[in-house]
Design a protein around this ligand. Structure first.
Ligand SMILES: C[S@@+](CC[C@H](N)C(=O)[O-])C[C@H]1O[C@@H](n2cnc3c(N)ncnc32)[C@H](O)[C@@H]1O
Ligand code: SF4
Ligand code: SF4
Length: 352
Protein backbone atom coordinates (compact mmCIF):
# COMPACT_ATOMS: atom_id res chain seq x y z
CA UNK A 1 0.00 0.00 0.00
CA UNK A 2 1.10 3.53 -0.70
CA UNK A 3 1.42 5.49 2.54
CA UNK A 4 2.46 8.74 0.88
CA UNK A 5 -0.90 10.38 1.46
CA UNK A 6 -4.00 9.77 3.64
CA UNK A 7 -6.56 7.31 2.33
CA UNK A 8 -9.24 8.46 4.73
CA UNK A 9 -9.79 11.83 6.35
CA UNK A 10 -12.35 12.76 8.99
CA UNK A 11 -13.48 16.34 9.51
CA UNK A 12 -15.02 17.00 12.88
CA UNK A 13 -17.08 19.88 11.52
CA UNK A 14 -18.64 20.94 14.78
CA UNK A 15 -18.40 20.05 18.43
CA UNK A 16 -21.98 21.16 19.06
CA UNK A 17 -24.86 18.76 19.35
CA UNK A 18 -28.60 19.19 19.79
CA UNK A 19 -29.02 15.87 21.65
CA UNK A 20 -27.74 14.37 24.89
CA UNK A 21 -27.82 10.64 24.18
CA UNK A 22 -27.25 8.77 27.42
CA UNK A 23 -24.42 6.48 26.29
CA UNK A 24 -22.49 9.11 24.29
CA UNK A 25 -18.86 9.67 25.27
CA UNK A 26 -19.12 13.25 23.99
CA UNK A 27 -22.48 14.62 25.08
CA UNK A 28 -23.92 11.78 27.19
CA UNK A 29 -24.42 11.49 30.94
CA UNK A 30 -20.69 11.63 31.67
CA UNK A 31 -19.60 12.97 28.29
CA UNK A 32 -16.27 14.73 28.01
CA UNK A 33 -17.67 17.68 26.03
CA UNK A 34 -19.35 19.16 29.09
CA UNK A 35 -15.86 20.06 30.26
CA UNK A 36 -14.93 21.90 27.08
CA UNK A 37 -14.49 25.62 27.79
CA UNK A 38 -15.52 26.58 24.26
CA UNK A 39 -17.31 24.78 21.45
CA UNK A 40 -15.89 25.17 17.97
CA UNK A 41 -17.02 24.89 14.36
CA UNK A 42 -14.48 24.11 11.66
CA UNK A 43 -13.31 27.07 9.60
CA UNK A 44 -14.80 26.50 6.15
CA UNK A 45 -11.96 28.15 4.23
CA UNK A 46 -9.39 25.97 5.95
CA UNK A 47 -11.48 22.86 5.22
CA UNK A 48 -11.76 23.84 1.56
CA UNK A 49 -8.00 24.30 1.37
CA UNK A 50 -7.48 20.77 2.70
CA UNK A 51 -9.89 19.31 0.13
CA UNK A 52 -8.21 21.21 -2.67
CA UNK A 53 -4.74 20.13 -1.56
CA UNK A 54 -5.74 16.47 -1.35
CA UNK A 55 -7.85 16.45 -4.52
CA UNK A 56 -5.24 14.64 -6.62
CA UNK A 57 -5.05 11.82 -4.05
CA UNK A 58 -8.81 11.34 -3.80
CA UNK A 59 -9.10 10.20 -0.16
CA UNK A 60 -12.35 8.99 1.38
CA UNK A 61 -13.92 11.63 3.64
CA UNK A 62 -16.13 11.31 6.66
CA UNK A 63 -17.80 14.06 8.64
CA UNK A 64 -18.10 13.87 12.39
CA UNK A 65 -19.41 15.91 15.32
CA UNK A 66 -21.12 16.57 17.67
CA UNK A 67 -23.88 16.54 15.13
CA UNK A 68 -22.40 17.19 11.65
CA UNK A 69 -25.65 18.57 10.22
CA UNK A 70 -25.54 21.41 12.77
CA UNK A 71 -22.46 22.75 11.00
CA UNK A 72 -23.31 26.19 9.72
CA UNK A 73 -21.40 25.68 6.45
CA UNK A 74 -22.63 22.17 5.69
CA UNK A 75 -24.06 23.06 2.28
CA UNK A 76 -20.92 24.86 1.15
CA UNK A 77 -18.79 21.96 2.35
CA UNK A 78 -20.88 19.36 0.50
CA UNK A 79 -20.73 21.46 -2.66
CA UNK A 80 -16.94 21.58 -2.36
CA UNK A 81 -16.79 17.79 -2.07
CA UNK A 82 -18.97 17.53 -5.17
CA UNK A 83 -16.78 19.96 -7.06
CA UNK A 84 -13.72 17.73 -6.50
CA UNK A 85 -15.70 14.54 -6.99
CA UNK A 86 -14.93 13.39 -3.43
CA UNK A 87 -16.54 10.42 -1.74
CA UNK A 88 -17.99 11.31 1.66
CA UNK A 89 -19.83 9.52 4.49
CA UNK A 90 -21.98 11.32 7.06
CA UNK A 91 -23.11 9.90 10.38
CA UNK A 92 -26.04 11.82 11.85
CA UNK A 93 -28.59 11.71 14.63
CA UNK A 94 -31.23 12.31 11.95
CA UNK A 95 -32.96 15.32 13.50
CA UNK A 96 -31.95 17.62 10.61
CA UNK A 97 -31.93 15.01 7.90
CA UNK A 98 -35.16 16.05 6.22
CA UNK A 99 -33.96 19.63 5.97
CA UNK A 100 -30.77 18.61 4.15
CA UNK A 101 -32.15 15.61 2.23
CA UNK A 102 -32.10 17.30 -1.17
CA UNK A 103 -28.66 18.85 -0.60
CA UNK A 104 -27.27 15.41 0.20
CA UNK A 105 -28.72 13.79 -2.89
CA UNK A 106 -27.77 16.73 -5.13
CA UNK A 107 -24.19 16.60 -3.89
CA UNK A 108 -23.97 12.82 -4.14
CA UNK A 109 -22.93 12.09 -0.56
CA UNK A 110 -21.89 8.42 -0.70
CA UNK A 111 -23.33 7.06 2.50
CA UNK A 112 -25.48 8.41 5.26
CA UNK A 113 -25.49 6.59 8.57
CA UNK A 114 -28.48 7.49 10.71
CA UNK A 115 -28.11 6.63 14.37
CA UNK A 116 -31.26 4.97 15.67
CA UNK A 117 -31.01 2.87 18.81
CA UNK A 118 -33.98 0.55 18.45
CA UNK A 119 -37.78 0.89 18.29
CA UNK A 120 -39.25 4.33 18.94
CA UNK A 121 -39.74 3.91 22.68
CA UNK A 122 -36.21 2.57 23.16
CA UNK A 123 -34.53 5.04 20.83
CA UNK A 124 -36.26 8.03 22.36
CA UNK A 125 -35.46 6.91 25.86
CA UNK A 126 -31.78 6.72 24.91
CA UNK A 127 -31.61 9.64 22.45
CA UNK A 128 -34.47 12.02 23.30
CA UNK A 129 -38.20 12.46 22.82
CA UNK A 130 -39.38 12.80 19.21
CA UNK A 131 -35.98 11.89 17.73
CA UNK A 132 -37.12 8.57 16.22
CA UNK A 133 -39.87 10.16 14.14
CA UNK A 134 -37.56 12.84 12.79
CA UNK A 135 -34.86 10.32 11.88
CA UNK A 136 -37.35 8.07 10.08
CA UNK A 137 -38.88 11.02 8.23
CA UNK A 138 -35.38 12.04 7.12
CA UNK A 139 -34.57 8.54 5.86
CA UNK A 140 -37.84 8.40 3.92
CA UNK A 141 -37.22 11.81 2.38
CA UNK A 142 -33.73 10.97 1.14
CA UNK A 143 -34.96 7.67 -0.24
CA UNK A 144 -37.83 9.45 -2.04
CA UNK A 145 -35.60 12.12 -3.61
CA UNK A 146 -32.93 9.58 -4.51
CA UNK A 147 -35.47 7.41 -6.33
CA UNK A 148 -37.06 10.43 -7.99
CA UNK A 149 -33.65 11.46 -9.35
CA UNK A 150 -32.77 7.90 -10.33
CA UNK A 151 -29.61 8.24 -8.28
CA UNK A 152 -27.58 5.50 -6.56
CA UNK A 153 -26.33 7.81 -3.84
CA UNK A 154 -26.55 8.43 -0.97
CA UNK A 155 -26.63 4.82 0.18
CA UNK A 156 -28.62 4.66 3.38
CA UNK A 157 -27.60 3.00 6.62
CA UNK A 158 -28.77 2.79 10.21
CA UNK A 159 -26.36 2.48 13.11
CA UNK A 160 -27.70 1.04 16.34
CA UNK A 161 -25.66 1.41 19.51
CA UNK A 162 -26.37 -1.62 21.67
CA UNK A 163 -26.80 -0.91 25.38
CA UNK A 164 -28.07 -2.91 28.39
CA UNK A 165 -31.40 -1.18 27.84
CA UNK A 166 -32.09 -1.94 24.16
CA UNK A 167 -30.22 -5.15 23.32
CA UNK A 168 -33.28 -7.38 23.29
CA UNK A 169 -34.82 -5.29 20.50
CA UNK A 170 -32.04 -5.62 17.89
CA UNK A 171 -33.72 -8.19 15.67
CA UNK A 172 -37.30 -6.95 15.88
CA UNK A 173 -36.19 -3.36 15.32
CA UNK A 174 -34.49 -4.04 12.02
CA UNK A 175 -36.92 -6.65 10.75
CA UNK A 176 -40.29 -5.31 11.93
CA UNK A 177 -40.11 -1.73 13.18
CA UNK A 178 -38.05 0.11 10.62
CA UNK A 179 -38.60 -0.21 6.88
CA UNK A 180 -35.49 -2.26 6.10
CA UNK A 181 -36.23 -2.07 2.37
CA UNK A 182 -34.89 1.51 2.45
CA UNK A 183 -31.54 0.38 3.81
CA UNK A 184 -28.32 -0.56 2.04
CA UNK A 185 -26.31 -0.82 5.26
CA UNK A 186 -26.87 -1.78 8.88
CA UNK A 187 -24.32 -1.38 11.66
CA UNK A 188 -24.79 -2.93 15.09
CA UNK A 189 -22.25 -1.42 17.47
CA UNK A 190 -21.87 -2.35 21.12
CA UNK A 191 -21.58 0.60 23.46
CA UNK A 192 -17.88 1.26 23.91
CA UNK A 193 -16.59 2.03 27.37
CA UNK A 194 -13.58 1.77 29.64
CA UNK A 195 -13.35 1.18 33.37
CA UNK A 196 -11.85 3.64 35.83
CA UNK A 197 -8.82 1.35 36.13
CA UNK A 198 -8.36 1.32 32.36
CA UNK A 199 -8.76 5.10 32.28
CA UNK A 200 -5.89 5.41 34.75
CA UNK A 201 -3.77 3.30 32.43
CA UNK A 202 -4.71 5.65 29.59
CA UNK A 203 -3.52 8.61 31.65
CA UNK A 204 -0.23 6.90 32.39
CA UNK A 205 0.19 6.07 28.70
CA UNK A 206 -0.46 9.69 27.71
CA UNK A 207 1.99 10.95 30.30
CA UNK A 208 4.74 8.47 29.42
CA UNK A 209 4.41 8.53 25.65
CA UNK A 210 3.24 12.06 24.94
CA UNK A 211 4.06 13.98 28.14
CA UNK A 212 0.43 15.00 28.44
CA UNK A 213 -1.41 15.09 31.73
CA UNK A 214 -5.02 14.99 30.54
CA UNK A 215 -7.04 12.71 28.29
CA UNK A 216 -10.47 14.23 27.83
CA UNK A 217 -11.30 11.90 24.93
CA UNK A 218 -11.03 8.89 27.23
CA UNK A 219 -12.75 10.39 30.27
CA UNK A 220 -16.20 10.38 28.60
CA UNK A 221 -15.97 6.63 28.08
CA UNK A 222 -15.67 5.66 31.74
CA UNK A 223 -18.45 3.38 33.01
CA UNK A 224 -19.01 0.94 35.88
CA UNK A 225 -18.85 -2.76 35.02
CA UNK A 226 -22.05 -3.08 37.05
CA UNK A 227 -23.88 -1.16 34.28
CA UNK A 228 -23.51 -4.20 32.02
CA UNK A 229 -23.87 -7.04 34.51
CA UNK A 230 -27.50 -7.88 33.69
CA UNK A 231 -26.92 -8.39 29.98
CA UNK A 232 -27.89 -11.90 28.92
CA UNK A 233 -25.02 -12.69 26.56
CA UNK A 234 -26.76 -15.66 24.91
CA UNK A 235 -29.77 -13.52 24.16
CA UNK A 236 -27.62 -10.70 22.80
CA UNK A 237 -25.57 -13.02 20.61
CA UNK A 238 -28.71 -14.70 19.33
CA UNK A 239 -30.16 -11.33 18.33
CA UNK A 240 -27.06 -10.33 16.36
CA UNK A 241 -26.60 -13.69 14.65
CA UNK A 242 -30.27 -13.88 13.63
CA UNK A 243 -29.99 -10.40 12.17
CA UNK A 244 -26.85 -11.41 10.25
CA UNK A 245 -28.78 -14.22 8.59
CA UNK A 246 -31.65 -11.89 7.83
CA UNK A 247 -29.33 -9.33 6.23
CA UNK A 248 -27.65 -11.98 4.11
CA UNK A 249 -31.04 -13.15 2.89
CA UNK A 250 -32.16 -9.61 2.08
CA UNK A 251 -28.84 -8.57 0.59
CA UNK A 252 -28.23 -5.80 3.14
CA UNK A 253 -24.64 -5.12 4.11
CA UNK A 254 -24.26 -5.65 7.85
CA UNK A 255 -21.24 -4.52 9.85
CA UNK A 256 -20.54 -3.71 13.49
CA UNK A 257 -18.49 -4.63 16.52
CA UNK A 258 -17.17 -6.54 18.35
CA UNK A 259 -16.26 -8.73 15.41
CA UNK A 260 -16.22 -12.12 17.09
CA UNK A 261 -19.73 -13.07 18.13
CA UNK A 262 -18.71 -15.78 20.56
CA UNK A 263 -19.89 -16.03 24.13
CA UNK A 264 -16.48 -15.99 25.77
CA UNK A 265 -15.38 -13.04 23.69
CA UNK A 266 -18.44 -11.01 24.65
CA UNK A 267 -18.07 -11.95 28.30
CA UNK A 268 -14.56 -10.53 28.22
CA UNK A 269 -15.89 -7.39 26.56
CA UNK A 270 -18.44 -6.80 29.30
CA UNK A 271 -16.08 -7.73 32.11
CA UNK A 272 -13.51 -5.16 31.04
CA UNK A 273 -11.07 -7.88 29.96
CA UNK A 274 -10.31 -6.47 26.54
CA UNK A 275 -6.84 -8.01 26.43
CA UNK A 276 -8.42 -11.47 26.67
CA UNK A 277 -10.70 -10.89 23.69
CA UNK A 278 -10.31 -12.67 20.37
CA UNK A 279 -10.64 -9.23 18.80
CA UNK A 280 -7.52 -8.03 20.59
CA UNK A 281 -5.03 -6.22 18.39
CA UNK A 282 -1.39 -5.47 19.04
CA UNK A 283 -1.13 -2.89 16.32
CA UNK A 284 -3.40 -0.50 14.47
CA UNK A 285 -2.90 0.54 10.86
CA UNK A 286 -4.87 3.78 11.11
CA UNK A 287 -1.96 6.13 11.82
CA UNK A 288 -0.55 5.07 8.43
CA UNK A 289 -3.70 5.56 6.37
CA UNK A 290 -5.85 8.02 8.23
CA UNK A 291 -6.06 11.46 9.81
CA UNK A 292 -8.69 13.36 11.69
CA UNK A 293 -9.15 17.13 11.69
CA UNK A 294 -11.00 18.42 14.72
CA UNK A 295 -13.16 21.54 14.79
CA UNK A 296 -10.35 23.69 16.22
CA UNK A 297 -8.09 22.74 13.31
CA UNK A 298 -5.97 20.26 15.28
CA UNK A 299 -5.01 17.10 13.44
CA UNK A 300 -4.81 13.75 15.18
CA UNK A 301 -3.99 10.29 13.81
CA UNK A 302 -6.70 8.67 15.89
CA UNK A 303 -10.45 8.60 15.95
CA UNK A 304 -12.00 10.65 18.76
CA UNK A 305 -8.75 10.97 20.68
CA UNK A 306 -8.10 14.48 19.65
CA UNK A 307 -5.46 15.17 22.26
CA UNK A 308 -2.98 13.15 20.27
CA UNK A 309 -2.24 16.23 18.22
CA UNK A 310 0.25 16.15 15.35
CA UNK A 311 -0.45 19.52 13.73
CA UNK A 312 -3.06 22.18 12.97
CA UNK A 313 -4.57 23.02 9.57
CA UNK A 314 -4.89 26.69 10.47
CA UNK A 315 -1.08 26.83 10.63
CA UNK A 316 0.20 24.24 8.13
CA UNK A 317 -0.73 22.47 4.90
CA UNK A 318 -2.32 19.07 5.33
CA UNK A 319 0.43 17.17 3.48
CA UNK A 320 3.09 18.89 5.58
CA UNK A 321 1.29 17.55 8.65
CA UNK A 322 0.91 14.07 7.13
CA UNK A 323 4.64 13.88 6.43
CA UNK A 324 5.67 15.96 9.42
CA UNK A 325 7.97 15.01 12.27
CA UNK A 326 5.25 14.80 14.89
CA UNK A 327 3.16 12.41 12.85
CA UNK A 328 6.23 10.25 12.18
CA UNK A 329 7.06 10.21 15.86
CA UNK A 330 3.55 9.12 16.68
CA UNK A 331 3.72 6.32 14.12
CA UNK A 332 7.03 5.18 15.55
CA UNK A 333 5.52 4.97 19.03
CA UNK A 334 2.56 2.92 17.86
CA UNK A 335 4.50 0.71 15.47
CA UNK A 336 4.32 -2.33 17.71
CA UNK A 337 1.62 -1.52 20.21
CA UNK A 338 -1.77 0.04 20.77
CA UNK A 339 -2.80 2.35 23.59
CA UNK A 340 -5.04 1.29 26.51
CA UNK A 341 -7.88 3.38 25.09
CA UNK A 342 -7.87 1.60 21.73
CA UNK A 343 -10.28 -1.09 22.97
CA UNK A 344 -12.90 1.68 23.11
CA UNK A 345 -12.23 2.95 19.59
CA UNK A 346 -14.47 1.82 16.76
CA UNK A 347 -11.46 1.59 14.42
CA UNK A 348 -9.92 -1.06 16.70
CA UNK A 349 -12.64 -3.46 15.54
CA UNK A 350 -12.39 -2.68 11.83
CA UNK A 351 -10.74 -4.92 9.23
CA UNK A 352 -8.15 -2.33 8.33
C1 LIG B 1 -20.56 10.55 18.45
S1 LIG B 1 -21.78 10.31 17.22
C2 LIG B 1 -21.50 11.68 16.11
C3 LIG B 1 -22.48 11.71 14.97
C4 LIG B 1 -23.93 12.01 15.28
N1 LIG B 1 -24.09 12.97 16.30
C5 LIG B 1 -24.69 10.75 15.59
O1 LIG B 1 -25.22 10.61 16.68
O2 LIG B 1 -24.76 9.90 14.67
C6 LIG B 1 -21.15 8.97 16.23
C7 LIG B 1 -21.71 7.61 16.57
O3 LIG B 1 -21.23 7.21 17.84
C8 LIG B 1 -22.27 6.52 18.50
N2 LIG B 1 -21.94 6.45 19.92
C9 LIG B 1 -22.14 7.36 20.88
N3 LIG B 1 -21.69 6.91 22.08
C10 LIG B 1 -21.17 5.69 21.85
C11 LIG B 1 -20.54 4.72 22.67
N4 LIG B 1 -20.34 4.90 23.97
N5 LIG B 1 -20.14 3.58 22.09
C12 LIG B 1 -20.32 3.34 20.76
N6 LIG B 1 -20.90 4.24 19.93
C13 LIG B 1 -21.32 5.39 20.48
C14 LIG B 1 -23.48 7.33 18.14
O4 LIG B 1 -24.70 6.67 18.39
C15 LIG B 1 -23.23 7.53 16.66
O5 LIG B 1 -23.71 6.43 15.93
S1 SF4 C 1 -26.44 12.90 18.67
FE1 SF4 C 1 -24.44 11.93 18.40
S2 SF4 C 1 -22.94 13.38 19.30
FE2 SF4 C 1 -24.99 14.02 19.94
S3 SF4 C 1 -25.24 13.12 21.96
FE3 SF4 C 1 -26.13 11.72 20.47
S4 SF4 C 1 -24.51 10.27 19.91
FE4 SF4 C 1 -23.56 12.03 20.94
S1 SF4 D 1 -7.51 1.80 17.58
FE1 SF4 D 1 -6.11 3.13 18.73
S2 SF4 D 1 -4.44 3.61 17.31
FE2 SF4 D 1 -6.18 2.83 16.09
S3 SF4 D 1 -7.34 4.66 15.49
FE3 SF4 D 1 -8.23 3.91 17.37
S4 SF4 D 1 -7.21 5.05 19.02
FE4 SF4 D 1 -5.96 5.25 17.16
Amino acid sequence: MNFNYPKWLVFQVTQRCNLRCKMCYEWGESGSYFEKPELMDLDIQAAKKVIEELAQHNPYYELFGGEPLMYQHIEELLMTFKKYDCKVDIPTNGTLLKKYAKTMVDNQVRRIWVSIDGPEEFNDNQRGHGVYQKAVEGLNEIYRIREEQGSTYPLLGVTMVVTPYNYKTIYSFFTEEIDYTLLDNISVEFQLYITEARYNKCLTFMEEEFSQSSFLGASGLVRELADFKDIDIDELMGQVLKLRNFCEEKNINMIGYPKTMEKENLMHFYQGEWDEMKDKRNKCSFPWIYMEVSANGDVSPCHTFYEMKVGNIYEQGIMDIWKGERFQEFRKKLRNKVSPVCCACSRYYSDL
